[in-house]
Design a protein. Structure first.
Length: 235
C-alpha cells in the first residue's frame, strides 16, 4: 500500500495503518450502567430517589421509619437541593450501617447529556462535596436524573470514579393515580433475582408508603434477601 506524505512516496504496511486507526479513533471502553445485580441467589436491592426541583421536598417518614424499624438494607440517591434541606436527617441516616447515601447530582438536571463536560463534572462534584460534609463519607455510586445519559456523559461521570447504577424496571410510584394495590402487583410481577428496585422517598412516591410493607413481606416469602449495593457490586 502506498501513501503520499509531503510530496514523497512512503510505503506502509496495511496492518500497521489499520492498527493506527484503531488506536487513534476508538473511544475509551466504558462500563455499562448497572441495572441488575450479578451475584447469584435470590437477592434484590431496594433503592430510593430523593430529589428536589422547584417544590421543597422532605423525607417520606412513613417509608423511612418502616425501613429503619425493620432494618432493611436500602440505598438513597440524594440530590443536592434535597440534601441541603434534609441535612439533619441525612446525618442521622449515616449512622446506620445498612443505609447507603449516594449521588444523584446537584440540581437534578433531567438531561445531563445536554450539558458540557465541565457542567456535568460540576453537577457531580458539587453534590459529592455536599454529601461528604453531611455524612462524612464519599459516595461511590451515581444515578442520572431521569435515567437520561449518553456515552459522553457516562464517560465523564465514570472518569470521576463513580459506578452508575440505575434500575431493573420503573416502579412508576410517582404517578398520583397509581393505587397501593396496583403498585404492589406491578412490582411483584416484575421482580426477579438480581433486580434493582426504584421508588421515591421524597414525598413523590404517592402510594409507596402504604405498599412497601406488603411488597417486602411478599418478596421475603419468596425467599428474596435485600442487600446493599456495596455488598452486591463491590469489586
Amino acid at each position: 500500500m502506498m501513501i503520499r506524505k509531503c510530496g514523497r512516496r512512503v510505503f506502509v504496511m496495511p496492518v500497521l495503518i489499520l492498527l493506527a486507526c484503531i488506536i487513534v479513533s476508538s473511544p475509551p471502553v466504558s462500563a455499562e450502567v448497572v441495572t441488575r445485580l450479578a451475584l447469584p441467589g435470590r437477592i434484590v436491592a431496594l433503592t430510593f430517589d430523593a430529589c428536589e426541583t422547584k417544590t421543597p421536598s422532605y423525607f417520606d417518614e412513613s417509608i423511612l421509619s418502616y425501613l429503619l424499624r425493620e432494618k432493611i438494607p436500602f440505598t438513597v440517591f440524594v440530590g443536592g437541593k434535597f440534601a441541603r434541606r434534609n441535612k439533619v436527617r441525612l446525618a442521622e441516616l449515616a449512622g446506620y450501617d445498612f443505609v447507603e447515601i449516594e449521588n444523584h447530582s446537584m440540581n437534578h438536571e433531567l438531561h445531563m447529556e445536554r450539558l458540557n463536560d465541565t457542567e456535568i463534572m460540576r453537577e457531580v462534584k458539587d453534590n459529592e462535596g455536599l454529601i461528604q460534609d453531611i455524612i462524612k463519607r464519599t459516595p461511590h455510586y451515581f444515578r442520572f436524573p431521569g435515567g437520561n445519559f449518553d456515552a459522553r456523559s457516562l464517560r465523564v461521570v465514570e472518569d470521576l470514579g463513580y459506578e452508575v447504577v440505575h434500575w431493573s424496571f420503573a416502579a412508576g410510584d410517582d404517578n398520583r393515580d397509581l393505587t397501593p394495590e396496583e403498585l404492589t402487583l406491578w412490582v411483584l410481577s416484575k421482580t426477579k433475582p438480581g433486580s434493582i428496585l426504584i421508588f421515591h422517598i421524597n414525598g413523590r412516591g404517592y402510594a409507596t408508603g402504604r405498599a412497601l410493607p406488603g411488597i417486602v413481606d411478599a418478596l421475603r416469602k419468596k425467599h428474596f434477601t435485600f442487600v446493599n449495593l456495596t455488598h452486591a457490586l463491590a469489586k
